[in-house]
Ligand binder design. Structure first.
Ligand code: PEP
Ligand code: MN
Length: 338
């Protein structure tokens, strides 16, 4: 931390700040210029709240120079992490496409989806069994029945499975059926859920919260990593801004920012990121071009009849077109897609 003292701060005030820092275990380096004194506090104290210093007499401002997260940071691990999901590696040279319906609705729907997306090159089947709906009256998911149907459909087509966990009490059930646990945007800061998901040992797909900064998102990843679970995959799914044309604003700049700050893989979800079917393809292309390690795409055999997120779900023919186009972009940037 850097503590900048006010112009004219007294020696007593400076001494008092130094002794507070020492009390908290920091080594202090003092630099006194003609006008101001600046203190450099050295030491790793992730639990220390810099606001304590801001309140002391004579302090002008306080800057944190190190990140508040450790295991998620590039400085702690320089090599990119590759997360193993079933037989699939996320974070390597291959860009991984995970696709499927928003919600698992029936045997026929999930089997049709799995067959189609696998043939087009997807590697992971997505589908909700427990749905975090904005309205309590909207379809809430088929629960365990959905997980069983999805596992069958994925196995029949050589796909891995990702599905959302909404509560710690669902962990035992989820472990039986899925290869990766999804933490939804609305639960990104549900710390007991993050811990429970981390403890399962399964890879965790962590969506960015609706209004979360990148730092808050990485702090949530830190909760999972701190449970000794290294397999965290981040997902940019759009954030809340003043724009209303799209459902969310897909923050693609998060991709290179995450790559600089963290070793964790990052996936882009242009379906929730835009909320509009005909905006998904261009933003999928952009996501790959930005350097994403994967895409999550909602697809439905009959989107007009979907029980959730129909307007943002692709028809099969649109998904095929998307795969053709993103393969060309992947090649152009030295990566590949199944
Ligand atoms: C989903 O993937 O269907 C979902 C609910 O996503 P999010 O948490 O990003 O809204
Ligand atoms: Mn959805």
């Amino acid at each position: 931390m850097i503590i900048v003292m006010r112009v004219g701060a007294s020696e007593t005030q400076i001494e008092s700040v130094i002794s507070t820092l020492n009390d908290h275990g920091f080594d202090v380096h003092r630099s006194s210029g003609s006008e101001r004194t600046v203190l450099g506090a050295v030491g790793v104290r992730p639990e220390f709240d810099p606001r304590h210093l801001q309140l002391l007499d004579g302090v002008s401002n306080v800057h944190r120079v190190s990140e508040p997260y450790k295991f998620a940071s590039r400085s702690w691990k320089t090599e990119p992490t590759q997360a193993k999901v079933g037989d699939v590696m996320i974070g390597g040279e291959e860009i991984i496409v995970m696709a499927g319906p928003c919600s698992v609705e029936s045997e026929e729907q999930i089997h049709d989806c799995a067959k189609h997306v696998a043939a087009a090159g997807a590697r992971i089947l997505r589908g909700g069994a427990f749905k975090p709906r904005s309205s309590p009256y909207a379809f809430q998911g088929l629960g365990e029945r959905a997980l069983i149907m999805m596992r069958d459909a994925a196995d029949a087509n050589g796909l891995a499975v990702v599905s959302e966990i909404m509560e710690p009490s669902q962990a035992d059930l989820m472990i039986k059926h899925v290869d990766m646990l999804q933490i939804g945007a609305r639960n990104m800061q549900n710390y007991s859920l993050l811990r429970a998901a981390g403890r399962t040992g399964l890879p965790v797909f962590l969506k960015r919260g609706l209004s979360a900064t990148i730092q808050e998102w990485l702090m949530s990843a830190e909760y999972i990593l701190a449970e000794d679970n290294p397999n965290v995959v981040l997902c940019e799914r759009g954030i809340r801004t003043f724009e209303t044309y799209t459902r969310n604003t897909l923050d693609l700049s998060a991709v290179p920012v995450i790559k600089a700050k963290s070793h964790l893989p990052i996936v882009v979800d242009p379906s929730h990121g835009t909320g509009i079917r005909n905006k998904v393809l261009p933003m999928a292309r952009a996501g790959v071009a930005a350097g994403a390690d994967g895409l999550m795409i909602e697809v439905h055999p009959n989107p007009e009849e979907a029980l959730s997120d129909g307007p943002q779900s692709l028809h099969f023919y649109q998904f095929d077109e998307l795969m053709v186009q993103i393969r060309q972009i992947a090649t152009a940037i030295g990566r590949s897609i199944n």
